[in-house]
Design a protein around this ligand. Structure first.
Ligand code: ZN
Length: 291
C-alpha cells in the first residue's frame, strides 16, 4: 500500500506528482492565512512591547467586528476548498485539524495564559467538520484509529503550542496548574486507550499537526525572529512518540524545520509547508520518500 502525504497547505491546492498511491494523509492547517498575515505581524510587534495575549485575541481587540468576521470566513473557505479538492481525488483522505483550522475566532475566549492553554485541550473545529458531510472521501481522524489492510493509522488534531512545558506550568497559579495537569493526563489516557486497540501485527502511523517538542523538527531557524532557536513543538506529540513508539510519526507546524528524525524506534517526519511537497510511505518496508 502506498500512502501520499501532503504538507501543511494554508489554503493552497496541493500539486500531486504521482498517481501511484492508495490513500492521502493531511497533517492539517488546510485553511487560508493570507488575510491574517498583516495582523499577525502587528501582533508580533506588540508582543515585543509586552503584549501578552494570543494573536487571535489581538485581532478580536483591534479589528472592527465585521472585518474580522469577513477574513475569518475567507480563512475557512480556503480550508473548505482544499478539502473539496482532496475529496475529488477519488481516494480516501485522512485529515487532522491544525491550529489554523479552528472555528471563527470571534467566539474565542483567550484572555489569560490559562485560557490560551485550556483552548488547546478543548479542541474545536466544528465549522470545517460540518463541510465534511459533503466530502465523502475525507475523514477527520481526531482521536480515531483506522485499521487498514496493511497498517494502523491514529490521528490527533490541533496539537500546536508546546502544551505543557515547565515554563507554562511555572506561569500558572496552583488551581490552573492542577486543572491543566488533569486535562493533559485525561487526553493522554484517552489516546492510550484508543491506541491500544490497534492491530499489533501491523505497523502504526500517528498523524497529528505539530512536530515533537525539543527535536530538530520543531526548532525555529530564522535569525530575524525573536523566537530564533526556540523549540515550538508539541509536548503531547513528543509524548506520543516516546510513549507509544509508532513506526512512523507525521507532524508539521514548524514550517522551516521540514525533515526526518529518528527518535527511538520511531521515524518522525515534519512535512514542512507548501503545495509542492509530496511524501510517499510504502507500507511494504515502511520507507518514506520525498517526490
Ligand atoms: Zn502551518
Amino acid at each position: 500500500m502506498k500512502i501520499l502525504i501532503v504538507a501543511d497547505l494554508h489554503g493552497q491546492i496541493p500539486q500531486i506528482k504521482t498517481k501511484d498511491f492508495d490513500i492521502i494523509l493531511s497533517p492539517g492547517d488546510v485553511c487560508e492565512d493570507k488575510y491574517h498575515r498583516k495582523y499577525i505581524s502587528q501582533w508580533f510587534e506588540e508582543i515585543k512591547k509586552g503584549y501578552k495575549k494570543s494573536a487571535f485575541k489581538y485581532m478580536i481587540e483591534t479589528l472592527p467586528k465585521e472585518e474580522l468576521a469577513q477574513i475569518e470566513q475567507k480563512r475557512l473557505l480556503g480550508g473548505k476548498k482544499v478539502l473539496e479538492w482532496l475529496n475529488k481525488q477519488g481516494k480516501r483522505v485522512y485529515w487532522v485539524a491544525g491550529n489554523w483550522d479552528g472555528k471563527p475566532t470571534t467566539k474565542e475566549k483567550e484572555d489569560t495564559l490559562f485560557e490560551q492553554y485550556e483552548m488547546i485541550y478543548k479542541l474545536f473545529y466544528e465549522e470545517l467538520d460540518q463541510n465534511l458531510k459533503d466530502f465523502e472521501n475525507v475523514e477527520n481522524i481526531h482521536l480515531k484509529l483506522k485499521k487498514l489492510p496493511h497498517i494502523n493509522i491514529f490521528g490527533l488534531g490541533r496539537t500546536f503550542h508546546p502544551e505543557f512545558t515547565k515554563e507554562v506550568q511555572a506561569a500558572l497559579n496552583e488551581k490552573e496548574r492542577k486543572k491543566l495537569t488533569q486535562m493533559d493526563a485525561k487526553l493522554k489516557q484517552k489516546i492510550k486507550k484508543i491506541y491500544e486497540k490497534r492491530d499489533k501485527t501491523k505497523p502504526t502511523i500517528i498523524l497529528t499537526h505539530n512536530s515533537p517538542y525539543k527535536t530538530k523538527l520543531d526548532k525555529i531557524n530564522n535569525p530575524q525572529s525573536s523566537a530564533h532557536g526556540k523549540h515550538i513543538g508539541s509536548t503531547i506529540a513528543k509524548w506520543m512518540v516516546t510513549e507509544l513508539q509508532p513506526e512512523i510519526f507525521i507532524g508539521s507546524h514548524v514550517h522551516e524545520a521540514k525533515g526526518i528524525e529518528k527518535i527511538g524506534k520511531t521515524t518522525c517526519l515534519n512535512t514542512g509547508f507548501g503545495k509542492d511537497i509530496n511524501y510517499i510511505i510504502d507500507t511494504k518496508n515502511m520507507t518514506i520518500k520525498e517526490l
